[in-house]
Ligand binder design. Structure first.
Ligand code: SDX
Length: 427
């Protein structure tokens, strides 16, 4: 269709404002409002309910249909047939790698898994009971201090080495946080292990005895990484883009992503789901919590339910639930009380008009915690693992923005404060 237009009239503005309508390869058209300000009026969209912030080719979500594509590939297909590092390659470069490209990518990631020994000194400044996300925010931001030699963000090679360093070092830093909280020594990465095996080994091995990685756990971990790798312009990715738009270095931008993801409405929800399931404690108390979730006067929300975009099942939740069944069956824990409460809670909520009318379905966070708990990962590490996996999404969006044309993000506002007034004269 010829160039589409939107025409708006605004009381008090004489002429009709004509704005271009842009069409992507899929999803909603967008009204390009960049020139609207010149007509003396802004759009207003707190929470960005109806606002596109950028053009992107990385991930597509159809919330009504429950579709999630990474560079065109369905998340269920990637979870079934790919692995996390192949998915990282796809998100970063836009195509699935050949076997040679995959081998080279994996080798490069392995060559960057260690962090400077000085990072250990940062850890020593924290209390052992510090939340691991608080420590990670510090450690990831501190990476900025170590790689000044490759910080020209306009150099594609510098951007690529930053991506490798961030993807490679995140499991090492995450495991360091866990070991520190346990009062155990850091375990160094082992480059003979896969990405997920290496993470589990750094988490659970000690200098006194090795830790044999259970292949079912490694597969489940790798799948959790894939399912959390990227998700379009969510709050933390939007933070990374906004931070990056000022020209900040990639390590600082990713640290900003960590900060935003930590919130319970976002990546902190997986930890909050486990806390909620433990608080429910028994199937007999589910109705009480459903009532609290529906009570407008009660701030309690059913954690792991609802999504800004998905108004159907989160496709990641479906895969996560299958993985949960597999891991617990492998452990002979199919009758895990937490899982039984979760499944009963899901069934009740999906039949309750309050949730049905508001299209509140289980999201990616609803089952992931049960899997990680079964593997032996403490609840406090759940959001760290989400952030670890999402690092590739953040850096892919950062790279897509910096390698294209962009402007510094600078929203406007609806001002509702005092108009100009004189300073009171001294009596
Ligand atoms: C992630 O953006 C992403 O893509 C995020 C993510 C990613 O991969 O990056 O997918 C990861 O963050 C998943 C979401 C994890 N968060 C939770 O599970 C926390 C619980 N969920 C809610 O806080 C909420 O559903 C949000 C934050 C996820 C979405 O909130 P919205 O889109 O702003 O919706 P809303 O708050 O306006 O709610 C609409 C209605 C309200 O009721 P009414 O005012 O219409 O009467 O639904 C209600 C809300 O009260 N509601 C809930 C609810 N979620 C929404 N009621 C009870 N329990 C809930 N979980």
């Amino acid at each position: 269709m010829a160039d589409k237009k939107a025409r708006i009239t605004v009381d008090g503005i004489d002429q009709t404002i004509e704005l271009p309508v842009l069409t992507g390869t899929a999803g909603q058209d967008v009204i390009d409002v960049r020139t609207l300000g010149s007509h003396g009026v802004f759009t207003y969209d707190p929470g960005f309910m109806s606002t596109g912030s950028c053009e992107s080719a990385i991930t597509y979500i159809d919330g009504e249909a429950g579709v999630l594509l990474h560079r065109g590939y369905k998340i269920a297909d990637l979870a079934e047939n790919s692995d996390y590092l192949e998915t990282c390659y796809l998100l970063l470069y836009g195509e699935l790698p050949s076997s040679e490209q995959k081998a080279e990518f994996v080798e490069t990631v392995k060559n960057h898994t260690m962090v400077s020994e000085s990072m250990q000194k940062f850890l020593d400044g924290f209390r052992n009971d510090a939340h691991p996300m608080a420590i990670m925010v510090g450690l990831v931001g501190a990476l900025s201090a170590f790689y000044q030699d490759h910080m020209d963000i306009n150099d594609p090679k510098h951007r690529e080495i930053a991506a490798f360093r961030l993807i490679s070092k995140m499991p090492t830093l995450a495991a360091m946080c866990y070991k520190y909280s346990k009062g155990q020594p850091t375990m160094y990465p082992r480059n003979d292990l896969s990405y997920a095996e290496n993470f589990l080994h750094m988490m659970f091995a000690t200098p006194c005895e090795d830790y044999k990685v259970n292949p079912v756990f490694a597969k489940a971990m790798d799948r959790i990484f894939i399912l959390h790798a990227d998700h379009e312009q969510n709050a933390s990715t939007s933070t990374v883009r906004l931070a990056g738009s000022s020209g900040a270095n990639p390590f600082a931008c990713i640290a900003a992503g960590f900060v935003t993801l930590w919130g319970p409405a976002h990546g902190g929800a997986n930890e909050a789901v486990l806390t909620m399931l433990e608080e429910i404690g028994d199937e007999s108390k589910i109705d009480e919590f459903i009532a609290k979730a529906k009570d407008k006067n009660d701030p309690f929300r059913l954690m792991g339910f609802g999504h800004r975009v998905y108004k159907n099942f989160d496709p990641r939740a479906k895969v996560m639930r299958e993985t949960c069944d597999q891991v617990l069956a492998e452990l002979g824990q199919s009758d895990d009380p937490m899982l039984k409460i979760a499944k009963r809670l899901e069934k009740i909520a999906l039949e309750d008009p309050y949730f049905v009318e508001r299209k509140l379905y289980p999201n990616v966070d609803f089952y992931s915690g049960i899997i990680m708990k079964a593997i032996g990962i403490p609840t406090s590490m759940f959001t760290v693992i989400f952030a670890m996996a999402r690092t590739v999404g953040w850096i892919s969006h950062w790279n897509e923005m910096i390698s294209g044309s962009y402007k510094i993000g600078r929203p406007r506002q609806l001002y509702v404060g005092h108009t100009e007034r004189d300073y009171p004269t001294k009596k």
